[in-house]
Design a protein around this ligand. Structure first.
Ligand code: AHR
Length: 505
């Protein structure tokens, strides 16, 4: 007989305020993310700056708060100066990271202007692959110094009289990965990152600086890398990065749906390494985690392979993964984990934003549209308000090959009921079981006076099917039937589903 999972929302068990920085995105010069993604002069909906208005609208609707730029692997051989100044005079370069040709039509000034229009904060990465401290300082001065120096006046002459005021800076990208141009040992990278961070702070002490952590939980150097890097940087960086991609491997849906458990373990281990490193260095500060690349991405797919040989295309179709309902459920679940771990996860970036493993897709000369993964992100970014609140969940477990036995149902809530709050509760629910629906009873007795406003569920009879463009663009979520007696909610979550339930006073 099916057992009912009991969920208790305890508004007193607060993780902390919802951090807007958890809803970041990422734009890399990779494939069609920039060219024919953000930027397509001549498109009927492009503005005078060549930026597509339909994409801007979808970015606003998605609710991203920050955009990490310009990479990714791309940044590790990138010369930022190539992307500033009169576009016709910018050099065309080979990009070794993605075996592509980079026209440099879009650079830091265009990206920052686009961010301001989109209402998001840029998060800039510097090249610590082929370059070093001086170039990082130059880019910082170019971007953030008001004027009166060669570099800041160059920015002004290039059409940006006001400083870009970029606060968060990534000290390189995935420097632990052998695939990275300029890959370094933890000792080499740690020394370089430390030197660069200290120098950047001399120009601006208020920056938020992110050291490269591991490119994934499965990296053989994971743990040792963090400790060694932080040995050199614990006194001068604020965050350590953690990158995490998940995908359906060998049809093992149960393990895939438990990806959030893996992300949670990853965060736990990074935090342990960071705390240990700070203690060992005798540094009395806390280094939190920037999950500045996370998503569903099938690394083994044909679409993930860069061109080879003499083929160096401009903006090729790369990493244009089409997402299923299960992929979207996992994206929703990973956001639940990020919220629950926001005691130590200070920032996160969905990788990426447009065309490249992205919630937003475009056709050159054609429409921009929403993938399945767009919806859980947009709903969470919109409705997660106030404080993140832990839920107690008591129910059956699901056996998984990758993560062992995990609770079938997961729940996390946000509560904006404190002083001056709107009095609304958002409940995010997940059913990790690939084949069984879950009867759920939510105890709200600690939060009297709430009424149900909306309940939506993301599920499908065949969760691994990729919806058509029209289906995924149109919404995908259905109303979730919920019985509300004022003290308890009763509902049934379909197999492999993610749901958002909103209540208000
Ligand atoms: O997001 C795609 C790639 O994944 C990024 O360029 C790199 O940082 C990571 O390996």
């Amino acid at each position: 007989m099916a057992t009912t999972t009991r969920v208790v929302v305890d508004a007193g068990d607060v993780v902390g305020p919802v951090r807007p920085e958890l809803f970041g995105g990422f734009v890399e010069h990779l494939g069609r993310a920039v060219y024919t993604g953000l930027h397509e002069p001549g498109h009927p909906l492009a503005g005078a700056d060549g930026m597509r208005g339909d994409v801007l609208d979808l970015v606003r609707e998605l609710g991203v708060t920050t955009v990490r730029y310009p990479g990714g692997n791309f940044v590790s051989a990138h010369r930022w100066e190539d992307g500033v100044g009169p576009p016709a005079q910018r050099p065309v370069r080979l990009d070794p990271a993605w075996h592509s040709t980079e026209p440099n039509t879009v650079g830091v000034d265009e990206l920052v202007a686009w961010c301001r229009r989109a209402g998001v904060e840029p998060m800039m990465a510097v090249n610590l692959g082929t370059r070093g401290t001086q170039e990082a300082l130059d880019l910082l001065e170019y971007c953030n110094h008001p004027g009166g120096t060669a570099l800041s006046d160059r920015r002004r002459a290039n059409g940006s009289p006001e400083p870009h005021r970029i606060r968060t800076w990534c000290l390189g990208n995935e420097m632990d990965g052998p695939w990275q141009v300029g890959h370094r040992s933890a000792d080499e990278y740690g020394r370089l990152a430390g030197r660069t961070a200290r120098a950047m702070r001399m120009l601006d002490p208020d920056l938020v600086l992110v050291a490269c952590g591991s490119s994934g939980l499965e990296m053989p150097t994971f743990g040792a890398w963090e400790r060694e890097v932080l040995r050199h940087t614990a006194d001068c960086v604020d965050l350590i990065s953690a990158h995490s991609y998940f995908w359906l491997r060998d049809g093992d849906l149960a393990s895939f749906l438990a990806s959030g458990v893996e992300l949670d373990r990853f965060v736990t281990d990074v935090v342990a390494a960071a705390d240990e490193a700070c203690a060992a260095a005798g540094v009395d500060r806390r280094i939190d985690v920037s999950v500045d690349e996370w998503n569903v991405w099938d690394l083994e797919a044909e679409t993930s392979r860069p061109p080879t040989g003499s083929d160096w295309p401009v903006a090729p179709r790369l990493l244009e993964q089409r997402y299923s309902v299960a992929d979207a459920v996992v994206v929703g679940s990973l956001l639940m984990t990020l919220l629950e771990r926001s005691d130590r996860v200070a920032a996160a970036s969905l990788a990426q934003l447009v065309n490249v493993i992205a919630p937003i897709m475009t056709e050159p000369g054609g429409p921009a549209w929403r993938q399945s993964t767009f919806h859980p992100f947009a709903l969470t970014a919109r409705w997660a308000r106030g404080d993140v609140v832990r839920c107690r969940v008591d129910g059956r477990e699901v056996a998984t090959a990758r993560s062992g036995d995990v609770p079938a149902v997961a729940a996390v809530a946000t509560w904006a009921g404190g002083a001056g709050g709107a009095g609304d509760l958002t409940l995010l629910l997940l059913n990790r079981s690939p084949d069984s629906a879950a009867a759920v009873e939510v105890d709200l007795r600690g939060l009297p006076g709430l009424g149900l406003r909306e309940a939506l569920v993301l599920a499908g009879p065949d969760p691994t099917r990729v919806p058509t463009l029209e289906e995924s663009d149109g919404g995908l979520l259905r109303t979730l039937p919920v019985a509300d007696d004022g003290a308890r909610l009763r509902t049934t979550l379909p197999a492999a589903s993610w749901a958002v339930v909103r209540l208000a006073r």
